[in-house]
Design a protein around this ligand. Structure first.
Ligand code: HEM
Length: 415
């Protein structure tokens, strides 16, 4: 479909704006033909007009899926482009299954694993298509066959723990990588709690047309989705801590497991071609994971940030959370310190809780070191897209203590 046809489809829709009839597919095709950064002015104007007409209609609200979709598509046009809109996280989170207040760790893991498998499963599907010669969209700088196979291999490995927990039967006999990959992709797409093909489709809005941006986006989304699950686990741990501190331990351990498994995505990401990254990141300026609310929530559920950190660019980038934390907020660190002061009947729980927290601290520090490593590889001396000085910022924050009430977390970590 030509841009003018898409524009016309949008104009016709705007005359009777019913959400279910919105022309999603032509809009996405038009966006992906050049990348979000280069969308044609006439298309943007038609989208903005369609949004106005829809918001003026009686059924509309920015909170509905279509409102979120249009805000994500029009982020650059609106001057609101940031990490959330770049990664389309509001679209992925829209239908995310809530584990509920009384959830056990296994249920939170199941929700996490399903989301992870659908995101990384989709990344594998995209790479497999290229391996089979289908150029699809994002045609520039395709990886060669050897790199594609290495990437798919790493991605499959990153899914192993989640697939095991979800009951993936595995392969009976050794087989060629593309066959295994295709089998895993099918399994992931059919999980009951997986993101729908529609949500996967609308959540892929690259800024440019380089092949590797697909991988970059899916990995950002997968890791951020893991942060959400870690936050759910830590919130449950905090809820249980007061009455029975030992009951929080399985939640803290599960949080550590997810962070540890998430390290595998950095291997997959390290197959991204440097020149490709350099090319599309020119158009991602203003979007940085320093704006990841889920990461900062995770960090602050571990311990309330010290004033110096709370007043730094790290939390300036998440102003609502920064404001809330200035008023206070519960953290595992504070809970442990309070328990030590007044152990009462729970003295025996202290070493068990400490051990689980210690492990979580070490793993989060390993995560930060791996992230620093990949940033060094891809950025060198360049500044960050979140307006920090780049890797010098990450060098400083990688050894922040996760739990101030424990001995340093970084002890077991190399670089
Ligand atoms: C090539 C890959 C990557 C590079 C070059 C990179 C670079 C950077 C840089 C320079 C910063 C500092 C803020 C800024 O100025 O932008 C940052 C922050 C951050 N990045 Fe990445 N990053 C990469 C991949 C990722 C991935 C896959 C994630 C996973 C979600 C991630 C999560 C974060 C987080 C959470 C922060 C905030 C850290 C803090 O404020 O303490 N990054 N990154």
């Amino acid at each position: 479909m030509l841009i003018s046809e898409t524009t016309q489809a949008l104009q016709e829709w705007a005359e009777r704006p019913v959400a279910q009839r919105f022309p999603y597919a032509p809009t996405l095709n038009a966006l992906r033909r050049r990348g979000k950064h280069f969308m044609a002015a006439e298309l943007l104007a038609a989208l903005a007009q369609a949004r106005r007409q829809w918001l003026a209609s009686h059924e509309a609200s920015p909170e509905l899926f279509l409102g979120k979709f249009l805000d994500v598509v029009l982020d650059k046009y609106d001057g609101r482009y940031d990490y959330l809109s770049y990664t389309a996280l509001p679209l992925l989170e829209h239908g995310r299954t809530q584990a509920g207040d009384e959830a056990d760790p296994a249920l939170i893991l199941q929700v996490h694993d399903s989301a992870l498998c659908s995101l990384i499963g989709d990344a594998i599907r995209f790479e497999l298509r290229r391996l089979h010669g289908d150029t699809g969209y994002l045609r520039e700088m395709p990886p060669d066959r050897e790199l594609l196979e290495r990437r798919i291999g790493f991605a499959l490995r990153s899914l192993e723990p989640a697939l095991r927990r979800l009951g993936y039967p595995g392969e009976r006999e050794p087989e060629a990588l593309p066959l295994t990959a295709a089998r895993v992709v099918r399994f992931c797409a059919n999980l009951p709690l997986a993101h729908s093909p529609f949500v996967l489709d609308v959540s892929m809005q690259p800024v440019y047309v380089a092949h590797d941006e697909h991988l970059f986006l899916r990995i950002l989304q997968a890791l951020d989705s893991s942060f959400i699950s870690v936050c759910e686990l830590l919130t449950q741990a905090l809820r249980l801590f007061d009455g029975a501190p030992q009951r929080s331990v399985p939640f803290i351990r599960a949080a550590e497991t997810l962070l540890d498994e998430g390290l595998r995505h950095f291997h997959t990401l390290s197959t991204m071609q440097r020149e490709s990254f350099r090319c599309f990141r020119e158009f991602t300026s203003g979007a940085s994971a320093i704006q990841s609310l889920n990461y900062k929530r995770m960090e602050s559920l571990c311990s309330r940030p010290a004033d110096e950190r709370l007043d730094s660019p790290a939390y300036d980038a998440v102003p609502l959370l920064q404001q809330a934390l200035r008023q206070g907020g519960a953290s595992l660190d504070d809970k442990l310190a309070a328990l030590r002061r007044q152990p009462g009947a729970h003295a025996a729980a202290i070493p068990v809780v400490e051990e689980a927290m210690q492990r979580l601290g070490v793993t989060l520090t390993r995560w930060r070191h791996s992230h620093y490593g990949i940033a060094k590889k891809y950025l060198g001396d360049s500044t960050g897209t979140g307006y920090t000085e780049g890797t010098p910022y990450l060098k400083k924050v990688k050894d922040l203590q996760v739990f101030r009430s424990l001995r340093a977390d970084a002890g077991a970590v190399g670089e």
